[in-house]
Design a protein around this ligand. Sequence first.
Ligand code: ATP
Length: 238
Amino acid sequence: RRWIRLLNIDGINVYYGNIHAVRDISLTVGEGEIVTIIGANGAGKTTILKTIVGLLKSRTGTIRFQGDDITQEATAGIVRRGIALVPEGRRVFPRLSVADNLILGAYSRKDKEVERDLAKIYEMFPRLAERRHQAAGTLSGGEQQMLAMGRGLMSRPKLLLLDEPSMGLAPLLVRQIFQTILDINSMGTTILLVEQNARMALSIADRGYVLETGSVALAGSAADLSDNDKVRRAYLGE
Ligand code: ATP
């Protein structure tokens, strides 16, 4: 079976009490794509990701994954379907070892290939392999980001949601993390990437959405957005 659209969000509205954080957002992510949502602080990017995985509920509209309506589904079920969120600020378990953090990422799986996937993650992130017995809280910021991404991959997601993976990292590490996102995508995982670093995000994405105060202000191919005057001025610092 093939799905042209892996994720299809249609007209969602999300509130925190009276704050209307996400306004009539519609967006799609096709199988195999890297799609980015860029926007300033507070534009609603994180809110969209939390709503996709069921941590927040939309008042209206629908979210479909592989054609199934998941709008009202609980987070555990959504994760089992193949969506993983790597949250902003990493959120690793600081007292647990690197290995235990990774194994926890596979908790919703029932198959017996966890060890094999763990080996693959260590191959992708040799730094994590060297530090597998170290407490996660003692890793550097970049290493914690790698661990959070590795943990997300341990659930074998079809769709990986990344919330500002570049936050707080030095430029060299940012380039490494973005290269890793490309590698993960080329191995078959679809990516929805939320970023404030619009330049890096657009450099690896197929398509993008520009979010302004909860609404989609612009959408298009990453190439078109990179050429757009408004995007260049407001988000690329030109
Ligand atoms: P950033 O890049 O700074 O993380 P963002 O685009 O991810 O921003 P969100 O975190 O989605 O933005 O926030 C969207 C809006 O909702 C903001 O105005 C924010 O203040 C508000 N908001 C977020 N979380 C809550 C909450 N728990 N309670 C009340 N308001 C919230």
